[in-house]
Design a protein around this ligand. Structure first.
Ligand SMILES: *Cc1c(COP(=O)(O)O)cnc(C)c1O
Length: 408
């Protein structure tokens, strides 16, 4: 027997079924007209933003990292809830524009921005988080050609990383950002060449559950931003402090102590160095905002036995849920929180392997998990599916096509 991860709070049982935003799983599958489907809960998105606003000092704004969940309805729902949007491609810019988001609320990070992407962003008035000297010069040239002063911040590759992070995105040699010691020269050059200076972006990592690690990273980020601003010799209009807050996926994971993070940040913000006194601050979050608000529902197509082991074969799989299958950034496969959605809360009586429909042994959703007895036609729920699910999985693999998506 292998445990499954903790099911996030906020779900109900109605008529013996998992309910999301008060709607039964079977009803949602019927509304989508097909399975598998991702269901995202408006109420849970609202609750998460409210929880953050309550914990963080009001001076610190919230950006949504669109790559975590670029579903158009999710972007539109987030538009009035958060302060800014972080994009990583011209495609994400189009999605934000379609949602009516003011480009001045958008910043664009990511290594390898094409000239056409830089041009679209500059023309729209999006802030570029500049990832290199070369990119900075290309942006200046495009701005000159368009007759627009490009809005540019510099993304810093800090010499420290967030400890206990699942994915390190700073420290040492990286394709992200500009090494901290080269940032002042680049910033001065951009300003001298007529860019509208927007400040600094320092992102140190992702999926951290430790409040202490986040507090330490934020202290380091604020210290580095003050040093760099001093060296640049121009005020820092905005500091994107990164995010890094994680969500519990696996047995034993516990949620970030948000009040603790917020209290420490409030203390720091109350005693900022004078160089940052006028600086607008924000955090950028993806999975923490949307991850727990999403559930992946997939139908049991077959129930079979092999060498005494029960397999529930579903119509979903790693082509929609690469991370849950254990093939996206994990070394040892552990079970995401999962359940039989149509027998929710029923007693777990048998050990099963829940697998997907792809012809590869990698396609597993839950191993050796204790579940209520499920039959063909039942729905399986995989939780924590609101971030890096639908668009971070190889949905073209094997030709089953993408999952449906519903915001309810
Ligand atoms: C991916 C990414 C994020 C979001 O990370 P989460 O773990 O989803 O919060 C934020 N900022 C940058 C620069 C990123 O690349």
């Amino acid at each position: 027997m292998k445990p499954v991860g903790p099911i996030p709070p906020g779900f109900e049982t109605i008529g013996g079924e998992l309910a999301i935003s008060g709607r039964r799983a079977s009803e949602l599958a019927a509304e989508a007209g097909r399975t598998p489907l991702f269901v995202y809960s408006r109420a849970m998105l609202d609750a998460r933003v409210a929880q953050l606003r309550a914990a963080l000092p009001s001076r610190v704004g919230l950006n949504f990292a669109v790559k975590a969940n670029p579903h158009p309805a999710v972007i539109a729902h987030m538009a009035p809830l958060v302060d800014g949007f972080d994009i990583a491609s011209a495609g994400e810019l189009k999605l934000c524009e379609a949602a009516g988001i003011d480009p001045r609320r958008i910043s664009f990070a990511g290594p390898g921005k094409r000239d056409a992407e830089l041009e679209a962003a500059i023309a729209a008035g999006v802030t570029l988080n500049c990832e290199s000297e070369g990119e900075g010069d290309r942006a200046l040239a495009i701005g000159q050609r368009l007759g627009i002063a490009p809005r540019i911040a510099v993304r810093v590759n800090p010499s420290f990383v967030i400890t206990g992070s699942g994915m390190k995105m700073g420290g040492g040699a990286k394709q992200f950002g500009v090494d901290a010691e080269r940032v002042p020269a680049l910033a001065k050059h951009l300003i001298a060449q007529g860019a509208e200076w927007r400040g600094l972006h320092i992102f140190t990592g992702s999926q951290t559950l430790s409040a202490e690690a986040i507090i330490e990273a934020q202290a380091n980020v604020l210290g580095l931003a003050a040093e760099l601003t001093e060296a640049i010799g121009a005020p820092c209009p905005k500091l994107n402090m990164g995010g890094g807050l994680g969500i519990p996926y696996f047995p034993g994971d516990t949620p970030v102590d948000l009040p603790k993070v917020g209290a420490a940040l409030a203390e720091r913000v109350a005693h900022l160095p004078s160089t940052l006194a006028e600086t607008e601050l924000c955090m950028e979050l993806g999975r923490f905002l949307v991850g727990e608000a999403g559930v992946y529902l997939t139908r049991v197509i077959d129930r079979k036995q092999s060498h005494g082991v029960i397999f529930l074969v579903t119509d979903g799989g790693l082509h929609h849920q690469l991370a849950a299958s254990g093939n996206f950034g994990t070394v040892v496969r552990r079970n995401y929180p999962s359940a039989i959605a149509t027998r929710y809360g029923a007693e777990a009586t048998e050990e099963v392997n829940i697998v997907g429909c792809l012809c590869t042994p990698l396609d597993r959703l839950a191993d050796n998990a204790m579940m209520p007895r499920a039959e063909v036609g039942d729905l399986v729920a995989v939780f924590c599916a609101g971030a890096y699910g639908a668009t971070a999985s190889p949905s073209a693999f094997l030709g089953h096509g993408p999952a449906a998506e519903l915001l309810v």
